[in-house]
Design a binder for this molecule. Sequence first.
Ligand code: 2M8
Length: 442
Amino acid sequence: PSPRLSPDGAGRALRHGAQQVLLGNWTGTSTVPSRTLYPHQWSWDSAFVAIGLRHFSPGRARGELETLLAAQWLDGRVPHIVFNPSVPLGSYFPGPDFWRSGGAATGAGSPARTETSGIVQPPVHALAAWLVHEADPAGSARSGFLARVYPRLAAWHHYLTTARDLGGAGLASVVHPWESGMDNSPCWDGPLDRIEPVDPRAFRRADLAHGAADHRPTDLDYGRYVRLAADYRDHGYSDTDAPHRFAAEDPCLNALLIVSELALARIARETGADAAAHERHAARLTAALVERLWDAESGMFLCRDVRDGEGGTLIRERSVAGLVPLIVPGLPEDVVAAMVATAHGERFALGRLAMVPSYDLHGESFHPSRYWRGPAWFNTNWLIERGLRLHGATDQADALRSGLFAAAGASGFAEYVDPFTGRACGARSFSWTAALTVDLLD
Ligand code: 2M8
């Protein structure tokens, strides 16, 4: 647990501002990431949001997670978007008319009464559920929260490590860049080169009405995103039938899976289920993470392109996804030490910039304001802060936390910021920025 910040005036004002953002983005049953750019419920956003909400509204935090889990498919997948039927079609692309999850239409068991996307996002949910429980154990027990979410979370992890074990080593693969949460990360440029883009005149992007075009992915990126999503949809979202021409093992997603599997062990212990099985699974995943994705030469984890050659190939791009495994307990000591050194090195400049950038400052594709190609994001910095603290790097964690507070406050809780100047980019009043600020303040 992080030490409390003294409740000075600045801290109080920041907390108040962050809470106002979360209250403003609450729809009654869940929280939108942003009223403008993202007017529905997003999967990993909701997990981060619940982690913040637990500090001042634990009932709402539980509701946030349960609304998302109510949209789980029968095969265990938790969709990356749950659509709000009262939001006009065309406000977000691709919307429900594109995904057509509509109940019986897919063999994968999408919910009949809720429209969702058919892809997933990183599994932060069991971690969030455990932290939400811990914040208010009495309220959680009274409402039977853990007993209700446990089977759903277990089915979710089962889906990821069976249907999505496309590399055959136990790790989960993403089958679309959106699934990584880091949509246009340079890591995906190589694998995406193989994908024939859809003609940009065949769809209408809604994001450009709210975000600057040079801060967002390009039309060519979108053409490929649409092609991959449509292929999956047209195969009924079946992981055995779909071609999955894009498939990659991502260190951020798999690190979150490990931490969530450990949280699931704690939840299992509380609910009388088999905790040791989850601990064993987490240990196997941790070994596979190191075996498959650690790159000693880079001093960090890399993504593996599962579709490139026998056994796949490591993608030689350094993104912040490769430092997120700092949150995993039980990694070999030399691996942790190398990651901490890489974070402090010239490519990520921890300690010299307010926050860690999303991509190698010296990488050829670095751009200070283009989305996941360089800007600093609050969720990844929150994860790194937690990782540093876990490994006893308290001073560095404190410094990163201060940088995050400064950037969140000065940017109006922006979606992401220029890592050099702290200039706000993307949406303002962004939910996970506010939620994770609250979490670090409390
Ligand atoms: C961004 O992704 C969505 C697609 O899911 C988009 O660009 O339209 C990413 O930053 C993702 O990580 C995030 O969950 C989502 C909503 O905040 O926006």
